[in-house]
Write a protein that binds this ligand. Structure first.
Ligand code: HPA
Length: 246
């Protein structure tokens, strides 16, 4: 079953017909909230709000291990995350969307692996291609079916947050090859890989990253709110097409 992890602004899917919710316990603690089960245009999906349904859990305190474990144990076979990001590359202005194909990880201090504690033999998972190419393809096809333009590819840099970056930090990310920046891409993607769950991200650009475009001097928060609202409506349409298979 397709599972959707909703990020900032996406604490629910408006067209989701909820059948039930389930609070799941995991060996890694509590997920961000109960898993919502339902149908999207008739297709069964499950949904989890990454920051909690009241948006109270900051990116560095999300229990990524519990979230993915809970979704898998409830029958998820593929995971699509919706994540708001700041745009670094000039094509990725506010209101655009992307399906990234690479990741950079600048986070620290997060519980980022299932292989600890000495109970399980360590597996060094292959992470050359961090996202599932198959699922990326399905997301891009769903976007085309929904007549939504989506940028194919790009490097998603994950910062620690919850503060936004300095201009110099964004300059560095750009030199490193980053096209967009968010706070939740890791360790979500690598944990999904560790438990063999195909994973892809629909990144919604809600602002120019620090020092770029209209964020040249500061981040305009009013624009972020408006962009989140407008663009997530379009992101939801893509997720609906994905759920029904194109
Ligand atoms: N930086 C980091 N994370 C973000 C941003 C940003 O500019 N916008 C949305 N999430």
């Amino acid at each position: 079953m397709l599972a959707i992890i909703g990020g900032s602004g996406l604490t629910q899917l408006s067209n989701l017909e909820v059948t039930h919710r389930r609070a799941v316990r995991t060996p890694y603690g509590e997920p961000s909230g109960a898993i919502t089960f339902g149908t999207l245009l008739g297709a069964e999906v499950m949904f989890l709000a990454r920051h909690g349904y009241g948006h109270t859990i900051p990116p560095h305190e999300v229990n990524y291990r519990a979230n993915l474990w809970a979704l898998k144990s409830e029958g998820a076979t593929e995971i699509v995350s919706v994540a708001s990001v700041g745009g670094i590359r000039s094509e990725l202005g506010p209101g655009t969307m992307a399906v990234p194909d690479q990741i950079l990880d600048y986070t620290w201090g997060r519980r980022s692996t299932y292989f600890e504690g000495g109970d399980v033999p360590v597996k060094h998972v292959d992470f050359t291609e961090p996202y599932s190419e198959t699922l990326r393809g399905k997301l891009l096809a769903a976007a085309a079916a929904a007549s939504e333009q989506v940028f194919d590819g790009g490097v998603y840099a994950t910062t620690q947050g919850p503060r936004l970056e300095t201009k110099a930090e964004i300059d560095r990310l750009e030199r490193d090859g980053a096209d967009m920046v968010g706070m939740t891409g890791m360790p979500e993607a690598s944990l999904a890989r560790e438990i063999d769950l195909p994973y892809a991200t629909l990144a919604v650009v809600v602002n120019h990253a620090a020092g770029r475009g209209e964020s040249a001097r500061s981040i305009p928060f009013e624009t972020i709110e408006r962009m989140l609202h407008e663009t997530l409506t379009r992101a939801r349409r893509i997720i609906e097409r994905l759920a029904v298979g194109g």
